[in-house]
Design a protein around this ligand. Structure first.
Ligand SMILES: [Fe+2]
Length: 239
């Protein structure tokens, strides 16, 4: 599949601009510094007044970190998703929510996939973790228990992760970065925030149909990579 850029309508451009401008401003004092630095570094190809053009983004991403966007029709089976991650290809859809649904989404759209997920792939340590998650997923794809554990890990980190900042918790999970309501809610609704713990996370069921009530806070992206690497080594020894 490819992105049919000419098919985007005026409404698509307007929706992208509304979402981008609102969240760019809202995240200034909420997103982790590395995310803000990355999206700033991509500002030529990821900005409010242009629906993202994957070809242009891929040039910047590939040059910086070796990642690229891989177009998918929507959510894809976990096996293919892990295979793509392992090859530093991030799955993204090309459709955008309607103006009447700015805050209501049943499935991730391009704003979630691109604005939420892509910038941090420019970051070396985050990128190493994301790729490793794909590699470990491919390795254990025939073990449903491990696959579920890795899906939980993905959920509580790449989708809904928080990171200790200088004075407060910062957001790095794409599900929060791309949600106006949830990114505000972190600081106003007093959700439960636990320190990152690999074994707690892989045993923690999650809900996809509501705003999260529990988050895990990491100290660094190295911590993510190291914990996953250790899990992989332990599995191999048991194997
Ligand atoms: Fe996502």
């Amino acid at each position: 599949m490819i992105q049919e850029y000419n098919n985007y309508t005026q409404e698509d451009f307007e929706v992208w601009r509304l979402l981008f401008e609102r969240q760019e401003q809202n995240l200034q004092n909420k997103a982790c510094k590395r995310y803000l630095a990355c999206i700033n570094e991509m500002s030529e190809v990821m900005r409010a007044n242009e629906v993202p053009n994957f070809e242009k983004i891929n040039k910047v991403l590939l040059a910086k970190s070796g990642w690229s966007i891989h177009v998918v029709p929507g959510l894809i089976p976990v096996e293919g998703f892990f295979q793509l991650l392992a090859k530093k290809k991030f799955s993204a859809s090309t459709w955008l929510r309607k103006k009447s649904q700015l805050d209501y989404l049943e499935e991730p759209d391009m704003f979630h996939d691109v604005f939420g997920h892509i910038p941090l792939l420019m970051d070396k340590e985050y990128s190493a973790f994301a790729q490793k998650l794909g590699e470990v997923g491919v390795k254990y794809i025939d073990n449903p228990e491990i696959v579920l554990q890795l899906q939980r890990l993905y959920w509580f980190t790449i989708e809904f992760g928080l990171k200790a900042g200088e004075t407060q918790t910062d957001i790095y999970g794409a599900g929060i970065l791309s949600s106006y309501g949830e990114s505000k809610g972190i600081y106003t609704t007093n959700p439960e925030i636990k320190p990152y713990n690999f074994s707690s996370i892989i045993n923690q069921p999650f809900r996809t149909d509501q705003i999260q009530t529990l988050y895990f806070e990491i100290e660094s992206y190295e911590q993510l990579y190291d914990s996953l690497n250790e899990f992989d080594r332990n599995m191999q020894q048991q194997g």
